[in-house]
Design a protein around this ligand. Sequence first.
Ligand SMILES: O=C(O)c1cc(=O)[nH]c(=O)n1[C@@H]1O[C@H](COP(=O)(O)O)[C@@H](O)[C@H]1O
Length: 308
Amino acid sequence: MIQKLISNIQKTNAPIVVGLDPMLGYIPEHIQKKAYAEFGETLEGAAEAVWQYNKEIVDCTYDLIPAVKPQIAMYEQFGIEGLKAYKKTVDYCKEKGLVVIGDVKRGDIGSTSAAYAVGHLGKVQVGSRTYAAFDEDFATVNPYLGTDGIKPFLDVCRQEKKGIFILVKTSNPSSGEFQDQLIDGKPLYELVGEHVAKWGEECMGDTYSYVGAVVGATYPEMGKVLRKIMPKSFILVPGYGAQGGKGKDLVHFFNEDGLGAIVNSSRGIIAAYKQEKYAKFGAEHFGEASRAAVEDMAADIAQALESR
Ligand SMILES: O=C(O)c1cc(=O)[nH]c(=O)n1[C@@H]1O[C@H](COP(=O)(O)O)[C@@H](O)[C@H]1O
């Protein structure tokens, strides 16, 4: 899958991930109305609205982007119906040739992590049969439990040739509360980055590892340091757009080969029609607004990389 991610990035010339974080507040009224007319104002109705919203955004952007990142919490809030919409979204994006990063942020004791890894990236055994339940290409993983929590994911990744992105330095304002704490003079995020590099050596593709890291666009100086600590890992960089990250903040997340980073924007793309800049599209044409926002994001990143 790391090879597919690289070839999709090269094909589109855009190291971009569209974050499919479909909160109801972003879904245009006409989509919600139609879903509620069919299923009522129910969890099923909400899930239908989510699915129709995602489908249009994907249809309008899939040829411009290498990957999507559905954030499972936005689906889970609608219970089983929401999870069905999540799975439908995963399958549809894969059909469109996109790499799917399941933003599930899992990690637990070894036996429990093994079940998460099987459910999201591997195959579960049922009697004599096996099933790929969610079947994303990558998953995000929380490293707080240490190697025990990571190893089951590495085992499944090796079997399935899939990958993970491990949280190293997150984009949120209070990420430093724990992640920046010094341990023998070194911040915890650097220590985690060193582990990512080590775990990554056990899961190498041709040029990059299947084991990547998450580092927020909101911490560019830390990104620069972490890029050097994990030279063979792709960095998933959230925080562009709605959280304030800009193209110029991102240049040091990339390697000299122009690869090594993939930048996520969720609200900035999927709710672009609500921004003044794209208001001319109107809620009816929200998918086209998302397409314009993807084009602008790709141009912003390309320009920043050219001028470095
Ligand atoms: O793992 C992530 O994707 C993630 C890590 C992080 O440090 N910060 C972060 O914002 N994210 C996710 O990236 C997305 C950012 O959304 P926007 O701020 O709307 O672009 C959300 O799905 C977050 O859950």
